[in-house]
Design a protein. Sequence first.
Length: 561
Amino acid sequence: MPETPLSQDHETPSSLRTLLWENLGAAALIFGLLEIWRPLYFLTDDNFDGGFPLFTGMGLRMAHGQSPFIADDIYGGNYNLLRDSTSFVWHPVYLLASLLANTPAHFLIMDVVAFFFLMLSAAGFVCLADFLRHELGLKVSDARLMLLTLSFNYSMIVLTTGSSWLNFLGNHSALPWLALGILQPSWRRGLGLVTLFSLHHILGGHLAATVSNTLFLSLFAIGVAIYRRSFLPLIVWGAGYALALLILTPLLVPVLEGFSHATRSEGLTIALMSKFAIPASLFPFSYFLSTFSTLLPMRLVFGLTPVFYASAFVSCAAAWAIVPALMSRARWNVLEGVSLGLVGVAALLIIRPLWVSEILIHLPLLKSMRWPFREILQLQFFLHLFLVLRPPGGTLRFQRLITAAGVFVYVFPLFFLPPPTFFAMKMDRDLLFSGKAARYWERVKEQVGPDACIVPVVNPDLVIFHPFEIPFSLLGAYNFPILYQVKCGSGYSATAPHDQLYIKLPPAINMGIYAPEQKAAVLKERPDVKFITLESVDPLRITLSSRDGPTIDLTPEIPKK
């Protein structure tokens, strides 16, 4: 007897409540395994040096009955986070998690937020898939639904972009819920879902991904309207989103006003917009080989650039399932075509040929977006939506084999790879977790003085060629000064408003680090600042200097390994 295609599998589906418990349990288990693989998984890269200090500062201020939206220790103090578009800090989950700043669970802030968003993402995808299964009569087994849920939840965009900037997970978790709202036959339920999760999307997401998600979901709403032969999905989407914007207007106005005063609002160059695109020749390797691509000698072909590592983000555990889906002889419907078409649009924006960059550079907001991470986010979502909608072709044995192969190619290399991040900052993680950095600053603050403002100085060549040998937390770079209540003249933000900057001269390195040749110009603008300078990395030597005082060698204060 021939194998029965999965599309004709007559397994009785479980109730939604059972599905939710099973899928959330599996998602939580994988989260726990990630934390075992690397404790504090999401505390790295931008989350570590940018977001974590900000949330710590928020928690410390709330503990003293002060507004959490002022950063006392970066950009000279009194820095209003509500005017910086990279610091979306109003979401209740962020605020509640930041209260851990005064507890022994201090370092868990970012992972607590990540866990909430990932559970919300898993629940949303299960509800969306179950709704489509009943609404369209899809023969999707519970096992397949769990595979797709976990694949979407823990795809590379989540693992890496989540580790790079946590609020991308806010965008990620909103996508299935917003799509579910657009698909609702009841306008009341649809409007409620779209409004609620638009609020979550805007408050908890990254501005760039929020903009691009909005564009993709608008195209999706148009597709659903065509499929339903009704304007209702488009009206529900537009009305719900507009209502959310109206509710949040008092919060959005200072963000947009602040962004208009930032360098990023002026747009990027063509070179920067194209720099981190994934080459078309690498895209299929990235998609089908996933993390295996980092174990193969492709480095010799494509080079050791961030693009090479970023290429693995495109894939997911369910990537190979697209083969039986495209082999299916079932009649295509509009929703399947819309979902696959949006996957194609996202792929084009990820590859980003020069002509695409030339178009984007003339469009408001889009001209300031550099990394293609947000398009990978949309590709992941609409790919998994397509795999829910499209019945797979071929025999059941073939479907199982290709699914197992895809999961193997995705998971197996993880046992041999370092944690997926551009910048693990192992030295700084050790300095912070061991308490060495805190003890260092307690001693250094005595020499700096209680009211002095420091400015970190490093030769840019050291940052470029020896980044893993630099103890950024000991220099006051990035937003680390917040952790030790050290007033710093710089900070770390891609969209800091010009009129809030303590020092108008832009730092040589966007980590808030000035070059030695900039010291005279900084002193002319701010005569009273003190410089903490990394003189060398081998041997490691740090000095403290000012306009009038003698240079002090801080090397004896550096924690010993």
